[in-house]
Design a protein around this ligand. Structure first.
Ligand code: COA
Length: 325
């Protein structure tokens, strides 16, 4: 079996910063509440003329440079996003055109906050099978476009950003195992009611604020802790490893208390958990992607390290990958 690894990473965060103090002026909340309940201090937001593909393109160029590949070397581009530029075409086609990846096939996937873990796992199969050599995976979201800025239960949580990774065959290490899960019976815990084919845009859907994220935070919290811990254990077992073998966990960044409760379940010390939630909030598929990129840039990932990607999101979907760097 071919070994498949991540050979380059990149990211792009929009320039505009929205702090908790800024949010205090918009809804009935406080910096203290947001910080203690979520670990978030600020988040990035796109400018008026910026959309998902703009962020994805910049992250992709960086990942390609890190991988020392040219856009023409790419065989496939997979973008994980629930906030693409438009219903169609796919964000991946917009990226393909902008960067000039003339040879690449393209598609987007919808797996919410687990999107990057799902896309990395899909990319791995294409390379293992021998169909493709170099695959670009991007996690990108403009959650500010679907956030109800009048709802304090949700608007304090989300942000915009993009992270990217290039996957290719490697001589040693690589992705040792992947595990993906889902439970559609819990679809109503986190969703956007309107804007699709069930409830197309109408005056009524707009008046009722149905194009924004609806969330039952408490229920999700408990499920996230259980399912992320379970995903880690299953992926580790598949790789023939144990929690004590992990050098660094790159978790989905939804809430610092979710991450720490998961770490406690797995008996993992805090210094083995990578966090960027304070700076960016929850960026769905872009959270794990940017966290991986930043951990690498900061020197937290060294050759031979065992890395665990672990994510959970709307659907519900969840998953984990064990990677030997
Ligand atoms: N500022 C101040 N108070 C707020 C608030 C805010 N931004 N948001 C909610 N509250 C209030 C609630 O109205 C509630 O008040 P009440 O007791 O008078 O009804 C109180 O704070 C507690 O709400 P609760 O929902 O129990 O808080 P919590 O500790 O569960 O934290 C979340 C809320 C959303 C931060 C937390 O549940 C969470 O992170 N859930 C997971 C969300 C998630 O992961 N989503 C994405 C999945 S990928």
């Amino acid at each position: 079996m071919k070994k498949v690894g991540i050979i380059g990473v990149g990211e792009y965060l929009p320039k505009k910063v929205l702090t908790n103090k800024d949010l205090e002026k918009m809804v009935d909340t406080s910096d203290e509440w947001i910080t203690t309940r979520t670990g978030i201090k600020q988040r990035r937001l796109v400018a008026k003329n910026e959309a998902a593909s703009d962020l994805a393109i910049k992250a992709s160029y960086q990942a390609l440079e890190d991988a020392r590949l040219k856009p023409e070397d790419l065989d496939l581009i997979i973008v994980a996003s629930i906030t693409g530029d438009m219903p169609f075409p796919s964000v991946s086609c917009l990226v393909q055109n902008a960067i000039g990846a003339k040879k690449a096939a393209c598609f987007d996937i919808s797996a919410a906050c687990a999107g990057f873990v799902y896309a990395v796992t899909i990319a791995k199969q294409f390379i293992e099978s021998g169909l493709y050599k170099n695959v670009l995976v991007v996690g990108v979201e403009v959650l500010s476009s679907v956030t109800d800025w009048k709802d304090r239960n949700t608007c304090v949580l989300f942000g915009d950003g993009a992270g990217a990774a290039v996957l290719s065959q490697v001589k040693s290490g690589g992705i040792l195992s992947s595990y993906l899960g889902s439970d559609g019976s819990k679809k109503d815990l986190l969703y956007i009611p309107a804007g699709g084919s069930r409830l197309p845009v109408s005056k009524e859907t707009i008046d009722n604020r149905m194009h924004y994220i609806k969330m039952q935070g408490n229920e999700l919290f408990k499920l996230a802790v259980t399912l992320m811990a379970e995903a880690a254990q299953i992926a580790l077992k598949k790789a023939g490893l144990d929690c004590k073998d992990i050098d660094l966990v790159i978790p989905h960044q939804a809430n610092i208390r979710i991450i720490m409760a998961m770490a406690k379940k797995l008996k993992l010390p805090e210094d083995k958990i990578y966090l960027n939630i304070a700076k960016y909030g929850n960026m769905s598929s872009a959270s794990t992607a940017t966290a991986l990129c930043e951990a690498k840039k900061e020197g937290r990932i060294k050759k031979g390290d065992i890395i665990l990607l672990d994510a959970f999101g709307a659907g519900l979907v969840w998953g984990a990958c064990v990677i030997k760097w």
